[in-house]
Design a protein around this ligand. Sequence first.
Ligand SMILES: Cc1ncc(COP(=O)(O)O)c(C=O)c1O
Length: 364
Amino acid sequence: MHYLSDDGAPLLVRYDIDRIRSVLARNDIGRRTHDMWMWKEFLPLAALTPRVTLGETFTPLIPVPMNHTGGAGDVYIKDEGRLPTGSFKARGLALAVSMARHFGITDLVLPTAGNAGAAAAAYGAAAGMQVHVFAPEDTPQNTIQETKFLGAHVRQVDGLIDRCGELARTAASDNGWHNLATLAEPYRLEGKKTMGLELALQFDWSLPDLIYYPTGGGTGFIGMWKAFQELLELGWIGDRLPRMISVQTHGCNPIKSAFDAGHRDVPEPFGPVTTIVPGVRVPKPLGGRLILSALRESNGHACAVSDEAVLGCHADLARHHGLHLCLEGAACLAAYRDDLAAGRVGKEETAVIFNTATGLKSLP
Ligand SMILES: Cc1ncc(COP(=O)(O)O)c(C=O)c1O
């Protein structure tokens, strides 16, 4: 097992890209069953290692009606709510739990804003492991119920995710449990990376102009950027990469604040945290430096929207278009609308908006 570097920074998995090139042709990949395991050469599991899987399907790109976005280019929602336990967390946890089982781990522990805990509970149950979850007191109750129903031991904490992270670290070292916190081990990121690989295939190896992603710990953000670098090195995509746009809210935007101030990392925890959007309630992400460098390398930018704008987009898309997004997805659409109105992005640009969970996670 690998955890953090000696300096306490996240570790990233590196692949022998020349070897991938010698065993796999781009045209062959499309003929495989479309799921996250079709990318096996880009994942750390050895060929014969059994996977812990619950059906990690491809997720669709749903075109958003133009009269809603105000744009003229193609705008799509990538609906990650179709994955097991209804969120994109399934990708990271399917892989991380597969690796943990490979290494003989029996107990998992993690802090969560809700969805990662539910996914860990499901994959842990499938792998025959005990799962221990620390979640803030105000985590949506339906997700807490789901996590308990899947057999995990849940402790709700009077504090934010960073306090839950401290408790998870202590529990891991006291009890010898495996800490699956965001970026504390390298494999969740590799699972989430498949979002970027999948987009490349869906766009026929020429990526969209803009990617809007709701950023908490930032695993998906960093993971997608890593996926694009691997595809670039392999020569499977041209060098026109998407602008990566990080979306947070006024009530918690450490990445936007650090980006706008020109910092290389998030200098201090954001506070006070007031937003109602659970996935972005991370005051100081461990991967701040990696998120900020992906933003800059991609020529992207960071947004913050109000909770009111999120709720407005959430209700509007549901009532007028039948699209029930999670609040995090609605935040991304609100940010896209703001960017269009301010001229930060062009009307003709193709945009992908990440809806990271089913709307059922965000029932009022
Ligand atoms: C629905 C949802 N969207 C977005 C996020 C943020 O994800 P990441 O940690 O990849 O930034 C979370 C994390 O809790 C989430 O549950």
